[in-house]
Unconditional design. Structure first.
Ligand SMILES: Nc1ncnc2c1ncn2[C@@H]1O[C@H](COP(=O)(O)OP(=O)(O)OP(=O)(O)O)[C@@H](O)[C@H]1O
Ligand SMILES: [Mg+2]
Length: 195
């Protein structure tokens, strides 16, 4: 059964990534702008003082506008860094100078010493992913980084995933460790599955 679940997740992951590859740059850009504009209107975003944002890969919903807004507002910008099996939230000042591209193509904090903060200090956490369903199911890249990270959240921070509608699927198989994503923002607005 577990083997089946992994295989099913992998098949949905591949199909969705294929769909994303077929989106044009113009579609990705327009939808990313719409998604970020929706996020900027959220009271939870406006009230947040410390926000963790992923640095997007070319096929993912962009986060550049959100980062600029945090910078302009003088708010704390947190970017995750993969270390071993863990995702480490690190404060950065400037995405232009404080990030380096890893061999797997993700921009991560690299300055020594890292300015690590605890997950409980985060007011807002934006989650990437490959596929999402409408019941809080999420399929990421298959390493469990976000599941392990979100399991440490003590309930204070506002957790939101960002996805194009192309990433919404009927059902994401769930395993014991899979964190239920409370809400996802698409270009059509927020999808909520938590009261
Ligand atoms: N809380 C946890 N404790 C131990 N192992 C975990 C935990 N969460 C996830 N894992 C491990 O991570 C692996 C991948 O999990 P999963 O398929 O759910 O990844 P994913 O959600 O697609 O990836 P990601 O969150 O990195 O985008 C699994 O082999 C699982 O054993
Ligand atoms: Mg998972």
């Amino acid at each position: 059964m577990t083997g089946n679940t992994f295989a099913l997740k992998d098949s949905i992951r591949r199909q969705t990534l294929e769909l994303l590859r077929h989106m044009s740059d113009a579609e990705r850009q327009a939808q990313s702008v719409a998604i970020q504009n929706h996020i900027l209107e959220l009271p939870a975003w406006q009230q947040a003082r410390t926000a963790m944002l992923y640095m997007h890969m070319p096929h993912e919903v962009a986060t550049d506008k959100l980062i600029s807004c945090l910078q302009e507002a003088g708010k704390s910008i947190v970017v995750p860094k993969c270390q071993g099996d863990n995702l480490i939230p690190c404060l950065i000042d400037n995405p232009e100078t404080d990030l380096a591209i890893t061999p797997w193509g993700v921009r991560e904090p690299f300055r020594d010493p890292l300015r690590i903060i605890t997950p409980s200090e985060l007011d807002f956490i934006l989650i990437p992913g490959v596929a999402f369903d409408r019941q809080g199911g999420r399929i990421g890249y298959g390493r469990g980084y976000y599941d392990r990270f979100l399991a440490q959240m003590s309930g204070g921070g506002y957790v939101l995933a960002a996805a194009y509608t192309e990433q919404l699927v009927a059902w994401c198989p769930r395993q014991d460790w899979d964190y239920q994503i409370p809400r996802v923002m698409t270009e059509e607005g927020v999808i909520l599955w938590q009261k």
